[in-house]
Design a protein around this ligand. Structure first.
Ligand code: HEC
Length: 158
């Protein structure tokens, strides 16, 4: 009688331990969170900035020879309205503006000055700049004439 009881007990113990092994295996099969891979898609949009006129009031603009009196007016407006965020030769809150007239069309520059909110929303080049600088370009509420004068000043900074 005593022997029979022991056998049953031993068998029971064996069963329990087998169950335990199985549970361990199941845990091992469960995928660890870090192993779940999520695919991140980054889209690279190719644009030619020298054909890009941007979005805003300026559709076409033909430049002539540099007009020195316009440069002088532009320099004055620039000093008051732009130097809080821009330097000519190096990055500040916004990009350094040296050579900007060689990397952007005149229309794009004027539209960026006059209509920055829409530019950073809809224009690929401006969108990418916003990502890079993580600060929005401020609308300085300039007139078209003031923006045009600043453009003339920037033409002398190449
Ligand atoms: C409050 C800060 C701020 C002020 C003020 C500001 N800008 Fe900007 N500007 C930026 C930032 C930041 C960018 C980069 C684009 C973005 O993040 O929206 C930028 C971008 C630009 C660009 C494009 C540069 C490139 O490399 O293509 C031009 C041109 C520009 N600004 C001209 C001006 C002019 C001209 C003024 C003055 C009328 C001015 N900005 C005033 C912050 C400013």
């Amino acid at each position: 009688m005593k022997l029979k009881f022991l056998t049953v007990f031993a068998l029971g113990a064996l069963l329990i331990s087998c169950g335990g092994e199985k549970a361990k295996e199941d845990v091992a099969k469960t995928p660890v969170k870090e192993e779940i891979k999520t695919e991140v898609k980054t889209e690279v949009v190719k644009i030619d900035p020298m054909t890009d006129k941007g979005v805003g009031p300026i559709k076409t603009l033909t430049l002539g020879d540099i007009d020195d009196s316009l440069v002088a007016i532009g320099h004055e407006v620039y000093k008051v309205k732009c130097t809080a965020c821009h330097k000519i030769s190096k990055r500040f809150v916004g990009p350094g503006l040296k050579g900007v007239t060689e990397r952007r069309t005149p229309e794009w520059i004027m539209n960026m000055i006059l209509n920055p909110e829409l530019m950073v929303k809809e224009n690929e080049t401006a969108k990418q700049l916003l990502i890079e600088y993580s600060a929005p370009m401020a609308n300085q509420s300039l007139t078209e004439e003031e923006a045009r004068a600043i453009l003339e000043y920037l033409r002398t900074k190449n």
